[in-house]
Ligand binder design. Structure first.
Ligand SMILES: [Zn+2]
Length: 113
């Protein structure tokens, strides 16, 4: 996943995804990337400016030949709260953040084959 993909995904989120609670649309500063476990897969965190509801958005990108597909967006979890997140999920994110050095160009670099 490269920077262009990332921009495209955030554009799609702003266009297509609304707060599950109050239906407010998101802006750039409401959306942050949590992580990208594979080249075609990323998790985003969105916090509604209006009602403060939090959501985790799971994004998959289909690359069909030369044509980059429109990202498939779906909510992984709505209204994320402490008691709805398992300890394993918290540990996964913490482990990711501990190992993440802040270098997005490495994170989104296409695999060299
Ligand atoms: Zn809201």
């Amino acid at each position: 996943m490269n920077f262009q993909d990332l921009r495209s995904i955030i554009g799609q989120i702003k266009k297509n995804v609304r707060c599950p609670k109050c239906k407010m649309t998101y802006t750039d500063k409401d959306i942050e990337i949590i992580g990208s476990p594979t080249d075609n897969h990323a998790f985003f965190h969105a916090k509604c400016l209006k009602c403060k509801a939090e959501a985790v958005i799971n994004v998959s990108i289909e690359h069909d030949g030369a044509q980059a597909g429109i990202p498939e967006l779906k909510f992984l979890a709505n209204n994320v709260k402490q008691d709805q997140v398992t300890i394993n999920e918290v540990l996964d994110i913490r482990n990711f953040l501990n190992s993440f050095d802040g270098n997005f160009s490495d994170l989104f670099k296409a695999p060299q084959s």
